[in-house]
Design a protein around this ligand. Structure first.
Ligand code: FES
Ligand SMILES: [Fe+2]
Length: 331
């Protein structure tokens, strides 16, 4: 697979609540980054002391600066060394790399390149919704994890009983795939009400389901009923290291009607069960992919988004941008 194109963007990396009194270490495309709260707000530094390269994240925060656990060098929110304990006189100039970082709606974003403007948050941004924030980690790749979130056809097997009923009955569903620069989506209409536990608990009649991918690794699902939005999720995925995908995202429901507060609370544990089921298949695929001969996954007739997701990740225009594609499938 070719490398994703690093167009300048804000990358969601953690929840605000992850970064408390202690520093928080994460990997961003294999690079160690430490998040902490400095005197000027959230701060993201390359997680390596300028002195003997120890992980700064194993140190502590002292007066809004991060203190290395080895000799106590301190770095401020901009990555400048401010103290070398035992040294008499002015502190010589040392620094570690700093990444621009901001917090929006309970999520921390780190700049990849020099993005302009505000980060994209979620598909119901600016609307009157209730949200729960989630973070997860999966042994996989961004493309496989994103496709898994958006793939309607695995639910019969991976999530039998939870997202789908126990019966094997299927219904004819209309799928329309559209896209543009940096995004592609599949809109499913004509679905019957789902018989799985989650759907029975949360939904009335369903009118349409949308699965959407956005640059650089954002997967989102929207469930619409006759009275409007029922439930939505937006997940920002990133490749932490070669075999690990980390996700930060929102579970979203309308404030009025729809799932409401109580149901939104009930949804999170059920969502976690589904996530665990997905983790299992993704790990199996990831483990198995390592055996030679190297194999490319088959793109089956129902894998409507795979090629376009790959194109978007490579910085290319998805083929769906040329015009909508229409399919009929049994779901
Ligand atoms: S290694 Fe960090 S202070 Fe020496
Ligand atoms: Fe799934």
């Amino acid at each position: 697979m070719s490398e994703p194109v690093k167009k300048d963007h804000w990358q969601a990396v953690s929840l605000s609540t992850d970064v408390g009194r202690k520093p928080w270490r994460l990997l961003l495309d294999g690079a160690p980054v430490v998040l902490f709260r400095s005197t000027t707000g959230i701060s993201a530094l390359f997680d390596r002391c300028a002195h003997r390269l120890v992980e700064l994240s194993t140190g502590k925060i002292v007066e809004g600066e991060i203190e290395c656990p080895y000799h106590g060098w301190r770095f401020d929110g901009d990555g400048r060394c401010t103290a070398i304990p035992g040294h008499v006189g002015a502190v010589p100039h040392y620094r570690v790399r700093r990444y621009p970082a901001i917090e929006r709606d309970g999520v921390v974003f780190v700049a990849v390149g020099s993005p302009e403007g505000e980060p994209y948050l979620h598909c119901m941004q600016g609307q009157d919704v209730i949200v729960r924030r989630v973070r997860s980690s999966t042994q996989s790749t961004v493309i496989d994890a994103a496709e898994n979130i958006l793939d309607a056809t695995h639910t019969h097997f991976t999530h039998k009983g939870l997202l789908r009923g126990l019966s094997a009955k299927r219904h004819l569903v209309h799928v329309e795939v559209t896209g543009g620069e940096g995004w592609v989506e599949a809109c499913y209409t004509g679905e019957e009400r789902q018989q799985g536990l989650i759907s029975r608990l949360l939904e009335g009649a369903r009118t349409k389901t949308i699965g959407r991918f956005r640059h650089p690794g954002i997967a989102e699902l929207e469930y619409w009923g006759t009275n409007g939005l029922v439930l939505a999720t937006t997940f920002h995925l990133r490749q932490a290291d070669e075999r690990t995908v980390e996700g930060v995202g929102w579970l979203i429901g309308p404030r009025q009607g729809g799932i409401g507060h109580l149901k939104a609370l009930a949804f999170k544990p059920l969502f976690n069960i589904a996530l665990e089921q997905d983790r299992k298949v993704l790990k199996s695929a990831s483990d198995n992919a390592r055996f030679s001969p190297e194999a490319l996954p088959a793109i089956g007739p129902l894998d409507f988004l795979r090629r376009d997701i790959a194109a978007i990740m490579e910085g290319k225009m998805p083929s769906a941008a040329a015009g909508p594609r229409v399919h009929q499938i049994e779901l």
